[in-house]
Design a protein around this ligand. Structure first.
Ligand code: WQD
Length: 323
């Protein structure tokens, strides 16, 4: 197989590229470098700089590299920004995917692994979210991921593509400091940033209907996300043409914001600091925790890394970036 990894210069993409390469797969990265960085790509892996909206550049990348499978990770991923710029998000995430599927169908590329998100579920009112839990996305970002899954299912059936949409839960950590996330949009880096600024980390609300009153999430190490892609890339061959799998990629374990912040303070050696409870952040569901059974059954995959692996590796990456 020769895999085209869109978004392969980004935080998650670079981890996926590394996992595929380490496992002996042939990989080409396709990335517009709008948020990604070429430095994350391992030596010897070709980089095509291009947009997923550029059909002729996609055609050329597929043809020139004899691509037989695609891992589509390139996307806009900030929930708040998607509310301000929905058209931009639909264009990049939905029209980009449609363009890619057209290029795949026309070239006869038969396998696809797609980055979806737990954001497709919105505010699930269940203890463990299964893939059959109703999808009611709360943001244009989540909508674009759900529409993307529909587009893939329809195209897979019509064009004999084997596809897997992986619904990531809360991704954290890094397999190596240089691969870490450069954004400060999620809980762990946001706590690091507050500590660095000499400010108390914030807990957005402690009056939720959860055991300690703070929101519960399913945090998963990015190296486990990467191994899920590898498992999907490998296992797709066992399914009939036209299969479109939808799989939760989480640990199946909930952690509260308070528990996370306490652990982060411990790892960073800042137990002198007291977190500050503030207002709820609008739109936050109380609890989002995966049932990871289907991925285990169909891919033989499960997560291996724990919370301390995530926080410690994220901290090493942060220190590398911020001195
Ligand atoms: C986690 C919890 C916050 C910062 C988002 C997207 C989702 C996915 C991952 C996709 C929440 C709380 C945070 C802080 C806090 N993105 N928090 N203090 O919102 O679960 O998921 O990122 O690609 O689609 O919605 O993740 O890391 O922002 O927040 O109390 O300083 O931490 O309220 O409960 P979230 P998050």
């Amino acid at each position: 197989m020769s895999w085209l990894v869109t978004g392969g210069a980004g935080y998650i993409g670079a981890h996926v590229v590394r996992a595929l390469v380490d496992d002996g797969e042939s990989v080409v990265v396709y990335d517009d470098l709008s948020t990604g960085s070429a430095e994350r790509i391992p030596e010897g892996v070709p980089l095509v700089v291009g947009s997923v909206l550029d059909r002729s550049a996609l055609d050329a990348a597929i043809r020139d590299n004899a691509v037989t499978g695609v891992v589509h990770i390139a996307a806009k991923k900030q929930v708040g920004e998607s509310v301000e710029q929905p058209l931009h998000y639909y264009r990049e995430n939905v029209t980009g995917l449609q363009t890619l599927l057209e290029a795949m169908a026309s070239a006869g590329v038969g396998r696809l692994v797609f980055s979806s998100s737990a954001a497709v579920y919105g505010m699930p009112d269940v203890d463990l979210v299964t893939e059959d839990t109703p999808c009611l996305p709360m943001s244009p970002y989540g909508e674009t991921k759900l529409v993307g899954e529909w587009l893939i299912a329809a195209a897979a059936r019509a064009h004999g593509i084997r596809a897997a949409s992986l619904r990531y839960f809360n991704v954290a950590g890094a397999a190596a400091p240089e691969l870490s996330d450069s954004g400060v949009f999620n809980l762990i880096p946001m706590v690091f940033e507050r500590l660095e600024a000499g400010e108390a980390p914030r807990v957005f609300g402690d009056d939720y209907a959860t055991p300690d009153g703070t929101c519960v999430r399913d945090y998963i190490h990015v190296a486990d996300i990467a191994s899920a892609h590898l498992a999907a890339a490998r296992r797709l061959a066992d399914f009939p043409e036209g299969t479109a799998l939808t799989l939760n990629i989480g640990r199946g374990q909930g952690s509260s914001v308070r528990e996370m912040v306490d652990r982060i303070l411990k790892v960073t050696g800042r137990q002198d600091v007291a977190p500050q409870v503030t207002e709820r952040r609008p739109g936050d569901p109380a609890r989002v925790v995966a049932s990871a059974d289907r991925a285990r059954e169909l891919l033989g995959w499960s997560a291996r890394h724990d919370l301390d692996d995530m926080i410690e590796s994220a901290w090493q990456g942060w220190r590398r970036r911020h001195g």
